[in-house]
Design a protein around this ligand. Structure first.
Ligand code: CMP
Length: 140
């Protein structure tokens, strides 16, 4: 199996409720390694760039507002098939549809405030990591 990297955000609803450690325990519990991590307060422009792919969606404005309103924790996760492994432990975007034991089932408040983001493909993982981390900040 391939060792891969993925990009993760612990969203404002998670940092507000002091869930960084609990979510990191879930991440590490499935064998993913947190090889970079920092707490940032996104500017509106950074949130718009990050979610540009959703620009035409009806929830875009609210999403950008939420993501730039409070601090988040951005991370790089590394492990076997990290992109899928993280999405599996994250659970479905809509927490009502998330499987038992997943981060979103246990912690998400709603579709918008769904506690975590994870990259959906290798290309987006590379782009998202590059937006937030320089090479020497990632220590595998
Ligand atoms: P995320 O994985 O960060 O990617 C896009 C985000 O938009 C998603 O998680 C949700 O937080 C948010 N969102 C809000 N409404 C919707 C929706 N109807 N469909 C998908 N994503 C939504």
């Amino acid at each position: 199996m391939a060792i891969e990297r993925t990009f993760s955000i612990l969203k404002p609803d998670a940092t507000r409720r002091n869930l960084t450690g609990a979510i990191n325990a879930k991440i590490e519990g499935v064998g993913l390694r947190i090889v970079a991590q920092k707490r940032v307060h996104m500017t509106r422009a950074q949130a718009e760039t990050f979610y540009a792919v959703h620009k035409e969606r009806p929830f875009y404005g609210e999403l950008v507002d939420q993501m730039s309103a409070e601090p988040v924790v951005v991370q790089v996760l590394e492990g076997e098939n990290a992109i899928k492994a993280y999405r599996d432990i994250m659970g479905a975007t809509n927490p009502e549809k998330a499987d038992a034991g997943t981060i979103r089932k246990e912690y998400a408040l709603s579709m918008g405030e769904n506690s975590v983001h994870g990259s959906d493909a290798p290309e987006t993982a590379a782009q998202e990591i590059a937006q937030w981390f320089s090479g020497n900040e990632i220590v595998g």
